[in-house]
Design a protein around this ligand. Structure first.
Ligand SMILES: [Zn+2]
Ligand SMILES: [Zn+2]
Length: 213
């Protein structure tokens, strides 16, 4: 059976504040902003580690590691933060500003990617974490790789909503993500990979290809 995304409202989301203008501005972002803003920053951080003397192969390997770590963060953010259960006005507002805008309006192309201001706050936080845990050269490349992973995540997310992929892997990713929005919101938290859904058993026991359109 196929499901028309446009005709279905996202469920289990109770907040509709008819947001003030400032909320509208904070949650509306054109998708191309994500790669345009963040890819140069990612390459800048990766470049720092190379200019500080890390071997090119090591830079490449740590970049990939950073992107891999991002896939785990992607899962954790989505499962534990983006779907946080809030009740109060300010709790609901917080939820709306971090992910609720996309849950409430899943097919609004201006409410699909993470606004740069919001992303910047998280990136700065992770920069300080990297500085605590690693040397500047290692922390830079891990952050750069993670940031590249984030860009891949958000552009893939946009692509899954608005494309009609012919590639089988992308087709499956799209079906599972639509399944997450319109059928089972407590499953399918991974967008770019289903790895962590399988590890943490949030992979739905359905044949997504048969259930969603
Ligand atoms: Zn979600
Ligand atoms: Zn989505």
């Amino acid at each position: 059976m196929s499901v028309s995304c446009e005709n279905m409202a996202a469920k289990e989301f109770t907040v509709d504040l008819n947001k003030p203008l400032v909320f509208q501005m904070l949650t509306r972002t054109v998708s191309w902003v994500v790669p345009v803003v963040w890819l140069p920053v990612a390459f800048y951080f990766i470049g720092i580690s190379y200019t500080m003397g890390l071997a090119l192969l090591l830079v490449a390997m740590l970049s990939v590691l950073g992107a891999f770590v991002w896939t785990f963060l992607e899962y954790c953010f989505h499962r534990f933060l983006f779907h946080i259960d809030t009740k109060s006005y300010w709790g609901n507002t917080f939820h709306y500003l971090i992910h609720g805008y996309h849950r409430k309006h899943p097919m609004d192309d201006l409410r699909l990617v993470i606004p740069p201001l919001e992303a910047a706050l998280v990136i700065v936080m992770f920069w300080y974490l990297c500085r605590v845990l690693f040397s500047v050269s290692t922390g830079s490349v891990l952050l750069g790789g993670g940031l590249a992973g984030y860009v891949i995540y958000d552009t893939t997310h946009y692509y899954l909503h608005y494309s009609h992929p012919t590639n089988q892997s992308l087709k499956i990713l799209k079906k599972y993500h639509m399944n997450h929005h319109f059928r089972i919101q407590n499953k399918d938290f991974g967008v770019t990979t289903k790895l962590w859904d399988r590890v943490f058993e949030t992979f739905p026991k359905i044949k997504a290809a048969d259930k969603t359109g």
